[in-house]
Design a binder for this molecule. Structure first.
Ligand code: ADP
Ligand code: ZN
Length: 747
């Protein structure tokens, strides 16, 4: 940076206003572009949102810094105007730059995540809201006044009365009904529509003064340490490690209260917010107001409001999925990453980033504390604790003396199982006992649909996705064959398309729908519910299912991994893991760790209240270290063995990995570019390049894929080597090269 000019008395003279500014645009450009200040105006401050022209387009970008490059001023355009939006804070701009550098992404593409709702940058247009009329209030008080008042209509009116005016779409969402119900009420005169302008009413402020439940001694000590970190301020990473049901959520609520009390904003990241209904309820009960939500199910207009409320500091707490990390907080004071081990924190397309790791980066730049929460912390986190980079706070016991469930393995090699059945005799017997005792059971199978493969008994034809190297999965409820990678769907045909015989298609292997059929056949009285992460099941349906379980409207819950997280069902005493080996196939370096975490989480659903729980794990590999560790409840031994294996192989967190995925519309182009990359591969000490090889998913969404895997020692500057490598190879046409630092998926 140039030194400030000083006059002879040593007093700094004022610098002349900068003659140009650099503006970062949300585009895949290598750097910010130069512009002149807007005509006749003072130069905009760094961080300001600015409208500029680029070619024939008008775009919104961010004034990144003053000064600029070599281009003569007559070739530069002036900034068109500056938007009345709170500027992007310096720490956020540094964060964008650091994420871009770490993930090898153009900074504009990271900035794009930080300004994801363009309307939020513009002044708010007047909007139409629903308001209660006197007639509406009257029928709420006296249902007899309107015989046509259906349950759905009543819910809408109640939501409007209790939570205030809002758009028709938002009202329908709150009441959990279709937009038609709201329109009907408008037509009936129970609701009126009005235009209002300006920002919506301030977000309700969570009341941090209200006391939570009395904490146990362990919990109080843990909470105390978290609260101290918040009060001290500054960067720190604390790992809140405690068995499921030990009260981790209650404990970090204390830290949230401390941050709110200090007038700071709080960000809570959760893996899949759709599962957060119980979490939201708890938050509301504790703090008396709902947090702002940020995830894929939030409507566009609600996102707009939330982005703005976060930037202006009106929203004090946000709970969201990984993308919430890129919200422009005005005064962020604490980040919580719940279920920090969860693989869904890794984004696999677009900008490939690990939200937990980037959250630590963000906390360090903002100089604030961050808390990583898990019952089964990731190996990366465990190793960071052992290196004293993270502090650990431990909750060793379940709350209120609830005991941890007893875990038994069922050796499937020894069990006799009928054809086309998937439950072993011990699991069937346990199910029978549980139901007879009036308790609930959970069957876990991490496979959506009816059967993972469909084939023709006559000719052996297998149904494959036309766009991907993957089998189509039969979904019997919807009578479709679906690709779980690209979403391709086709009706189940009457004839085999290969040999044209009728009635020869047979399902192979179990999916949750098929399991439901088996449970219904064996226990016709049992009330069975299915919980899957299919798109069909929105957050509200998931919440209703969870409520149904708590209210004991179901006896058996069958589900994929979405049941593993966070739920608390007091009457659930049996967990059956139908195929524990599923996650172990495939060459993923985290396969065993992930299996351990997932099964431990599922097991943690059993016996969370007074009644003790038990867990049966069906496996064909009972000698596997993971299975033995689960049965023995010996997490530390498992982690030590896993760490040793990774250390020996130089894998993360003891070494570094990156993947390069070359993809193209045709196989020749992909191979050509992959070979060109191979020729230019770095030859540096401490770095090994493996590949190119066809990716296991060699064709995905119609694109042919080749992979490189780069292994490096921990001390090497992997990004610099990759940047240099990619800079030396030009790819053309339809070819794309995607870098994935710290990859989680190897498909
Ligand atoms: P974790 O997040 O570790 O799984 P939770 O915070 O969800 O644990 O607590 C498990 C259950 O125990 C919840 O229903 C919670 O309300 C209850 N609980 C935990 N700590 C307390 C406490 N100190 N007083 C009352 N209930 C508690
Ligand atoms: Zn597909």
């Amino acid at each position: 940076m140039a030194e400030l000019p000083a006059n002879s008395a040593g007093v700094e003279v004022e610098r002349p206003p900068p003659t140009r500014v650099r503006v970062m645009l949300p585009l895949p450009l290598p750097e910010a572009l130069d512009y002149l200040p807007p005509d006749g105006a003072t130069p905009p401050k760094p961080g300001s949102f600015a409208r500029v022209g680029l070619g024939s387009r008008r775009l919104i970008g961010v004034v990144w810094e003053e000064g600029g490059g070599e281009l003569p001023p007559e070739r530069l355009k002036p900034v068109i105007d500056i938007l009345p939006t709170p500027p992007l804070r310096p720490e956020m701009r540094r964060f964008v730059e650091r994420v871009a550098a770490y993930t090898l992404t153009p900074p504009g593409m990271v900035l794009r995540m930080a300004m994801s709702v363009e309307e939020a940058l513009l002044p708010r247009p007047p909007r139409r809201v629903c308001a209660m009329t006197a007639a509406g209030l009257a029928v709420l008080d006296d249902a007899a006044a309107d015989p046509k008042l259906t349950a759905a209509r009543r819910r809408v009116l109640q939501a409007l009365r209790d939570e205030g005016a809002c758009s028709a779409a938002e009202l329908a969402r709150r009441a959990g009904c279709g937009a038609g119900v709201v329109r009907g009420l408008i037509a009936a005169g129970h609701i009126s529509e009005e235009f209002v302008s300006g920002e919506p009413a301030p977000e309700p402020i969570p009341d941090w003064r209200s006391d939570g439940p009395a904490l146990s001694a362990d919990q109080a000590a843990a909470a105390q340490r978290l609260v101290e970190r918040v009060r001290e301020g500054g960067f720190s990473v604390t790992v809140l490690d405690g068995v499921t049901g030990s009260g981790k959520t209650e404990t970090y609520f204390a830290a949230i209260a401390a941050a709110l009390a200090a007038g700071r904003q709080v960000l809570v990241l959760l893996p899949e917010i759709a599962l957060g209904a119980q979490w939201l309820d708890r938050f509301r009960r504790r703090f008396g107001a709902a947090p702002a939500e940020w995830h894929s199910d939030v409507s566009h207009s609600a996102r707009r409001d939330t982005w703005r409320a976060v930037a202006e500091g009106r929203a004090r707490i946000v709970v969201g999925a990984r993308s919430a990390l890129f919200l422009p907080f005005a005064e962020l004071g604490l980040i919580i990453v719940d279920e920090e081990h969860d693989a869904s924190y890794k984004q696999e397309d677009g900008v490939c980033y690990q939200a937990r790791d980037m959250a630590v980066l963000r906390a360090s730049i903002a100089e604030i504390p961050i808390v990583l929460v898990s019952a089964t912390p990731s190996l990366e986190t465990v190793v960071n604790v052992s290196r004293n980079r993270y502090q650990r706070v431990h909750l060793p016991r379940r709350h209120a003396e609830a005991s941890l469930p007893k875990i038994d393995l069922v050796d499937m090699r020894r069990e006799r199982i009928e054809a086309a059945r998937f439950l072993s005799p011990p699991l069937v017997a346990a199910l029978g006992e549980t139901l007879a005792a009036g308790e609930q059971a959970l069957l876990f199978l991490n496979r959506r649909g009816y059967a993972p493969l469909t084939l023709c008994r006559a000719c052996g034809h297998r149904f494959q996705c036309p766009n991907c190297t993957a089998w189509l999965v039969e979904h019997r409820f919807t009578a479709r064959l679906i690709c779980h990678h690209c979403g391709y769907a086709a009706a189940v045909p009457a004839l085999c398309p290969e040999c044209m015989t009728a009635g020869t298609l047979v399902p192979c292997g179990p999916g949750v729908e098929r399991l439901q059929e088996e449970v219904a056949a064996r226990f016709p009285q049992a009330r069975v519910a299915l919980m899957v992460s299919d798109l069909l099941l929105g957050p509200r349906a998931a919440a209703e299912l969870a409520e149904g379980m708590v209210a004991h409207r179901y006896d058996v819950l069958i589900g994929t991994q979405i049941v593993a997280k966070g739920h608390h069902f007091p009457m659930l005493t049996l967990v059956g893991v139908v195929d524990a080996d599923l996650g172990l196939v495939g060459g993923d370096l985290r396969a065993t760790e992930r299996t351990y975490q997932l099964l431990q989480q599922v097991a943690g659903r059993a016996g969370r209240a007074e009644r003790p729980g038990r867990v049966l794990i069906q496996t064909y590999m009972p000698e596997q270290a993971v299975m033995r560790a689960l049965a023995a409840g010996d997490r530390d031994r498992f982690l030590a063995a896993e760490a040793e294996a990774r250390r020996a192989a130089g894998l993360p967190p003891f070494g570094r990995l990156a993947a390069l995925i070359v993809s193209a519309a045709d196989a020749e182009a992909a191979d050509f570019s992959a070979r060109a990359l191979a020729r230019a591969a770095p030859q540096l000490p401490g770095i090994a390049v493996l590949g190119p090889a066809p990716a296991p998913l060699a064709i995905l969404r119609g694109r042919h894929r080749r992979r490189f895997l780069v292994k490096a020692d921990r001390g090497t500057n992997l990004q610099a080597a990759l940047r240099d490598w990619l800079g030396r190879v030009r790819v053309t046409g339809s070819v794309r090269v995607q870098a994935d630092i710290d990859p989680y998926s190897f498909l």
